[in-house]
Design a binder for this molecule. Structure first.
Ligand code: AMP
Length: 208
């Protein structure tokens, strides 16, 4: 299975991707996660990307495309992959297309998770992560257990200000790729409002 997971910030892409990789035994490629690691490790890429990310802006294509292409060449991607948060721009989609063609590979599905804007803000501002395990919690909907609570952290771009910038970018840039994949007959849309379990069920029903 080779798929792209698209949707606004807070749609549940990371949560659903984690479930899908377990079920299909495929690689999870989250460009956001890779960039956050680069920022934490203060690599040259991380130094260049940090300010854009904190402000909720997109990291430039000339940094993101080579990073994603290199990741796709790793052996664990041979069994299949989920791209979570990539491509996000037209040039990224073209870069991905070219890379897949070179290796005679094709995408199976592009899944878009749609969520109402009010719910997005509520989900994202309450989102916390356990740095020890990577598990995502929500302070109200899915609070961390007492032994984990003291160590949870908030993402630097999960503030109300950065979220509105990220949402604006999603609708003005990333969502414009939807027709491109629709024309290729690859697009499936699922309703992302509801519990993670409900959304997983809808995804399973929508997958080819
Ligand atoms: P995410 O974890 O997917 O929400 O990504 C977090 C942040 O990383 C985004 O708001 C962007 O600043 C940056 N980012 C992640 N993926 C991309 C991408 N494909 N293109 C540009 N910027 C990205």
């Amino acid at each position: 299975m080779r798929m792209i997971l698209m949707g606004p910030p807070g749609a549940g892409k990371g949560t659903q991707a984690a479930r899908l990789v377990e079920r299909y035994r495929i690689a999870h490629i989250s460009t956001g996660e890779m960039l956050r690691e680069a920022v934490a490790e203060r690599t040259p890429l991380g130094e260049k990307a940090a300010a854009c990310m904190k402000a909720g802006q997109l990291v430039p294509d000339d940094l993101v495309i080579p990073m994603a292409v290199e990741r796709l060449s790793k052996p664990d991607c041979r069994a299949g992959f989920i791209l979570d948060g990539f491509p996000r721009t037209g040039p990224q989609a073209k870069g991905l297309d070219a890379e897949l063609k070179t290796h005679h590979l094709a995408l199976d599905v592009v899944l878009v998770i749609d969520v109402r804007d009010e719910l997005i803000l509520e989900r994202i501002t309450g989102r916390r992560m356990d740095p020890a395990t990577g598990t995502i919690y929500h302070i109200i909907f899915d609070p961390p257990p007492p032994e984990v609570a003291p160590r949870v952290v908030q993402r630097a771009d999960d503030t109300a200000e950065a979220v509105s910038a990220r949402l604006a970018k999603y609708y003005s840039v990333t969502a414009l790729m939807i027709p491109f994949y629709q024309q290729k007959g690859l697009l499936r849309r699922v309703d992302g409002n509801g519990s993670p379990e409900q959304v997983t069920e809808r995804i399973m029903a929508a997958l080819p």
